[in-house]
Design a binder for this molecule. Sequence first.
Ligand code: PRX
Length: 649
Amino acid sequence: MTEATDRSEWVRRPQAAIEGTNCTLEDYQALYARSIEDSDAFWAGQAERLDWFTPPTTVADWSFDPVSIKWFEDGVLNICHNAVDRHVAAGHGDRLALIFEPDDPQGEVRRITYAELQAEVVRMANTLKKMGVAKGDRVTIYMPMVPEGAFAMLACARIGAVHSVIFGGFSPEAIAGRVEDCASDWIVTADEGLRGGKRIPLKANVDVALKKVSAKAVLVLRHTGGEIAMTEGRDHWYHELSADVSDTCPCEPMKAEDPLFILYTSGSTGKPKGVLHTTGGYAVWTETTFRYIFDYREGEIFWCTADIGWVTGHSYIVYGPLQNGATALMFEGVPNYPDHDRFWAVCEKHKVNIFYTAPTAIRALMREGDSHVTRHDLSSLRLLGSVGEPINPEAWRWYHETVGKGKLPVIDTWWQTETGGCMITTLPGAHDMKPGSAGRPFFGVCPQLVDNEGTILDGATEGNLCITRSWPGQARTVYGDHERFVQTYFSTYKGKYFTGDGCRRDEDGYYWITGRVDDVINVSGHRMGTAEVESALVLHPKVSEAAVVGFPHDIKGQGIYCYVTLNAGEEENEDLTAELRAHVRSEIGPIATPDHLHFTPALPKTRSGKIMRRILRKIAENEFGSLGDTSTLADPGVVDALIEGRHNR
Ligand code: PRX
């Protein structure tokens, strides 16, 4: 940081964040330098905090061209042992591991100690074994936000099965696609989920999915007690099947590079990809990032509002906090039920110390006014975090001033499903903040900005964000399709990992993520491929062609704008609009519901037939004054008609 820097955009880290921190600015500088200059020694040191059945003698072994990524390869460990058993063995069995806050504020809170967690995970693990699950098998978990979701993940890890968690908001179609892609014979689900007072038909969705694909067994948690169908021989109630299982189950010794989980995520083309994370590197990365980025202090209550169906829930509800022996709060509900103060009511009720949420929730709550916040005692809060999408400075300031009373650090953590854990963020005790900027690279992270031709851009600049070196938590492949992994992440700029994000770096070396530069959109922090929505639309018998783009949305960050061309003879009308919306929901899930359906007789195409998405984006953004060069269009008249009929006025 130079003297000449304009300080007006900075927000100083509070003195209280510096006192007692596990990482001061000087520490950060020294540790970061070491993580780059003496990377193996640095990561070997971090890995020592974990229990290894066989400690690794090797650290990093990777190449981005050809692509092969390995960390701690000859080490043997089990992440469930590290997240659960070792805390019990160390005498911390009475410490709280999970606090469950149900959807209904009057419902029963569950407080689960590490000893109880161990017993529950063993019970689930032995039940999975009884169903026939073996090491290496893929287990699909389609659960509500209840502790059993975490038990199921940890139970898989314990026995060496590979979990594939599917967010409870996804449709039967989406479940079927994911079950088929990883040939998962086993499904763990619940009768129903509960969110905002509404029941989510989880088991019924699984039943529909299993008309298309097969599974050997389905394990069903009784949660709401709602009516569901059980298929004889295939479906088992968890409470019945687990009734007589043994109360011991050793943790399977896993090689560091054995698969831990698959998580499906959207890209710019094709179906969602099964991003694969392995055991050792992911364990070290989530343990280390949680420890330093949230500056965790023993006894604190940490609340990440994400769902375990997303990577944020994997890394910062389950594996990061539990490996650190922390207490993680799991919340079943939504921010605005029964009222817009629910988040703050929960913070007060459980005396939450660290709160981690998404900008879309912050913006939605900000709109409802400060009184929802100010009527609660939030004095337990020490640190606020944001994740999932760029946070606009206005929302950042509201979060900092209204929720944090201007006294708490706000960390804006940039990362991705593929990165396994946080990559760019300020550290609360080390860095001053700039609203809207994620901040500085975490240990071992080497960001690089390049232009579209791949030329490296130095200093204060803006470009495409790449990472030039591997880090332990990096995804290793796309399940069953390594070539797709290589193509998607390492072919745009050879020898570098390309994130798909645009980014600015300022003169202080702070990174400002500007959003995706590919055909991926980020709707309420949920990542979605526009191609997926397009494929869903064209599956409808009346649709001939569709092009989907994002547009700025006050609450969701980005909304979904669909241009649709109908088959000859089909009429556009309100019924069809509703039908197409419902169709996309049933193909993908409610999170993909189109905001705007713009019917058009034609899409703007080049003479070679390529849809000019740049123009469609501008029109959806209401920026049709700057459409750029339209001379290559086959029929420039199409554009005027689109502007005339635009929806987002
Ligand atoms: O565009 C970036 C955005 O979310 C994308 C990753 O989405 P996903 O894999 O679903 O993981 C989300 C949770 C880690 C990124 O490519 N993104 C995530 N965090 C931020 C962000 N954009 C700006 N600022 C962030 N803090």
